[in-house]
Design a protein around this ligand. Sequence first.
Ligand SMILES: Nc1ncnc2c1ncn2[C@@H]1O[C@H](COP(=O)(O)OP(=O)(O)OP(=O)(O)O)[C@@H](O)[C@H]1O
Ligand SMILES: [Mg+2]
Length: 461
Amino acid sequence: MQNFSFRNRIALNYIITTALLIGFVFVTIYLVVEFSVSGHLNEDLQREVDRHSQEVEVKDGKIALKRHKEWMEREHNTVGVDPVFIEFLDIDGNLIDKSPNLKESHLLYDSTQKDNVFFNGELAEKRIRQVQVPILDEDGKRVGHLLVAVAREGSEVVLETLRHIMLITFPVILIILFFVARFIAGRSIKPINEIINTSNKITRDNLTERIPLPHNKDELYILSDTINNLLDRIEKTIEREKSFTSYASHEFRTPLAVLKGTLEVLIRKPRQQEEYEEKVRYCVKEIDRLNHLVDELLILTRYENQKQSLKPEEIKIKQTIDEIIKFFSDSIQQKNIHIKTEILPENIFLKTDIYLFSTIINNILSNAIKYSHQDGVIEIKVDEKDKYIFCEIKDNGIGIPEKDKEKIFDKFYRSTDHADIKGFGLGLSIVKRFCSLLNIQIELFSKEGDGTTVKLKIPQS
Ligand SMILES: Nc1ncnc2c1ncn2[C@@H]1O[C@H](COP(=O)(O)OP(=O)(O)OP(=O)(O)O)[C@@H](O)[C@H]1O
Ligand SMILES: [Mg+2]
């Protein structure tokens, strides 16, 4: 079955169903005809039985036949089509009389058959339908048998012809239907061949090809449309991947060029100890930045595609936030930023993956600090309501221009308005990815010049 084409398979399935259906119809027709033919024979037999029963007279246990000779001669002396045969027997099976058309033959009394029941038998190699009726005396005692039979030849011919017609037409109809079904199936699945051809043309370097949509909006239309949408997504992903690599290399090149330049200038001639120290410190800062970039890229690639197995554990939110604030204490002091925390109740616990959760808070707080003015204020509020924890981090820094708001969650996107503030534009992409992994809803409100608020809605389980 493996190399059986789809179109042949459709045709074959169709044919099997049709064969069962036609077979059922044919058998039903045959049985109905056979039933009605036997019904007619039975009626004929019954009529004869009724007529001849009246001609029988029983006197002192002896059977006498009244006026039977005339009708015997008139009605039963032919052996034409479907003749009726009559025979009277006494209780011992001896012949009393019989219709002339029986000639030398005899109807046999079959003791295994019940009285008045029609059955099939044979008479001189001819097929007959017969009935046996008991002849009773005045006391109801059986004194003989009336046997009536009718030839079945005519009806057998009808049934045989019907059988032949059905046996010949059955395979002929099926063969014709198979080819018709195969042709129709072939036409209906033509778009599949187009899908195969287009798919064959599509490679990693040629993702622009699309499957032409069929005219009818049927399942094949949906299939083609779905594959086209899938191709759109793959194309976008590959484009994104390409631009990600080019952005990443670009981000590496700048600090590396700065490092190279600084070190080259430094070794050109001997310098003062202070100058060495200053340049080396500058280089260490650049290397830190590069480290940060490598960290962010690693996080993004690791958590980008597959769903990492999360390791949820109970954490105390206040403690986590305090640790992150401590981590940024240098920059907070440098900018003299005032941090207000309002965590209600103080001992809120949360079951979550600690690494992902602290990375989210870390990145949001790092932005709040980085984009705050000197002497700025950052407010951190945590609240608990309806099985959710609401966390809000608000700064009164430079804010985000309207034109950038939509794109700040994109990788490498940075607002062009603050070239002096360093960054790679990856922090919020990581936040977005981690929020979706932890089912956290994130909202960002910002007004240029006024400040930015990030709100998180964290499910407690
Ligand atoms: N609190 C904020 N105030 C003002 N602008 C912000 C704030 N948070 C984010 N932005 C804007 O969104 C951009 C993207 O932020 P994101 O954290 O992704 O990158 P980054 O901070 O520039 O670099 P890094 O990769 O080091 O985090 C920033 O460049 C900045 O323009
Ligand atoms: Mg950032």
